[in-house]
Design a protein around this ligand. Structure first.
Ligand SMILES: C[S@@+](CC[C@H](N)C(=O)[O-])C[C@H]1O[C@@H](n2cnc3c(N)ncnc32)[C@H](O)[C@@H]1O
Length: 347
């Protein structure tokens, strides 16, 4: 990200916000109002106050300071919040307005580059998850923080993430989003159809559209995962739960705070309450007809894009268990609009 930290927060223009989208309050409003997200962090910290009493806490990507304040309220002796966005100027005011000036220290800059007031922390807290869990690659930053600053035996909130796929029937929306390009006011726009198909769609999907069992494709244990593990190929087997058609794969993730005595977890799946992460849809080039009990097998590969490691190159190859030839589709996860403003109603 091209930082505009030299521009005072109250003089930023749309060009500055494009470079530093996290500086705008709107993006934080959306995250704070996501009660599943923010409420889960609050519960995990509040209900396990004994883990925070007298402890040092590093908040990686503190934004408006909400997680830092939960930790301070739970009794942490010192919380250091780091953020590279200008939003940290507001966080400083918020922390002072709420009486946490003596407990919370904020540091402006990239976690990878800043000098912290202490070098070892008992606990790391961070909300790093992107669309499809890994979009935006902020997990790399948390792993960097873990390896440099977490005390041996220290805790990470949250400490487990699981990514799932299933298949969905989605004819109407596929017509609207993909097949639309076949005929635009009588003109052939089908060159865009191929591009649209390769861009995963972030949207909410109704549970009734899901036509297979889900399959876990990646489990990330934050205490042990390495950066290299985030480039992976995972096999999947999806068993149809009814006779139907498949138009797309659907991905979502679950997050849990397992290091706590009183466990907290939340899901971003189609069976769970809405979150701003919604789900991620990968349309298939053609429709697959599937019968109850039949298996669809395949592999999903995921890697940071070589030119922009915040983007993801995702490929899915799949076939019915009874077929010889697999179909392979290469997707590019590249959210052009500022992160989390996508489909936000501002655009
Ligand atoms: C998803 S937001 C979470 C904000 C806040 N913790 C919350 O829960 O509301 C992630 C924040 O991390 C910051 N961030 C991302 N990468 C960073 C890095 N490498 N160093 C410092 N801050 C970073 C962004 O500017 C953004 O404010």
């Amino acid at each position: 990200m091209d930082l505009t930290n030299d521009v005072p927060s109250d003089s930023m223009t749309s060009r500055d916000y494009y470079a530093d989208s996290y500086a705008h309050f709107g993006i934080h409003e959306e995250m704070l109002k996501d009660n599943v997200r923010t409420g889960s962090y609050r519960s995990a910290i509040e209900r396990n106050g004994h883990l925070f009493k007298g402890k040092t806490v590093l908040d990686v990507g503190c934004g408006t300071g909400i997680l830092s304040m939960f930790a301070a309220k739970a009794g942490a002796s010192l919380v250091v919040g780091v953020d590279m966005s200008n939003i940290i100027d507001q966080a400083q005011k918020i922390i002072e307005a709420n009486g946490f000036k003596n407990t919370i220290t904020l540091v402006k800059g990239k976690l990878e580059e800043v000098e912290l007031p202490i070098k070892q922390f008992d606990i790391i807290i961070s909300e790093w998850m992107g669309y499809f869990l890994l979009y935006e690659s902020m997990l790399d930053t948390v792993l960097d923080a873990r390896d440099r600053y977490l005390k041996p035996g220290g805790l990470i909130f949250p400490d487990n993430a699981k990514l799932y796929v299933a298949a969905i029937e989605d004819q109407d929306y596929k017509d609207e989003k993909i097949n639309f390009w076949d005929n635009v006011y009588g003109f052939d726009y089908s060159c865009i159809k191929d591009i649209a198909l390769r861009e995963p769609l972030v949207d909410t999907v109704e549970l009734k559209s899901v036509v297979t069992d889900p399959c876990l494709i990646k489990h990330i244990n934050l205490l042990t995962v390495k950066k290299e593990d985030l480039t992976f190929t995972a096999p999947f087997t999806l068993t149809a739960t009814r006779d139907d058609y498949i138009h797309a794969f659907l991905a979502w993730f679950d997050i849990s705070f397992d290091c706590t005595h009183k466990k907290v977890q939340f899901s971003t799946g189609p069976h769970a309450q809405y979150t701003h992460w919604k789900q991620t849809v990968f349309y298939t080039p053609s429709t697959v007809t599937i019968s109850e009990g039949q298996k669809l097998i395949g592999n999903l590969s995921c890697a940071p894009n070589a030119r922009n490691n915040r983007d993801l190159d995702i490929s899915v190859s799949f076939k019915l268990a009874t077929e010889q030839e697999a179909t392979k589709v290469e997707y590019k996860m590249c959210v052009v609009l500022p992160y989390r403003y996508h489909n936000c109603g501002f655009c």
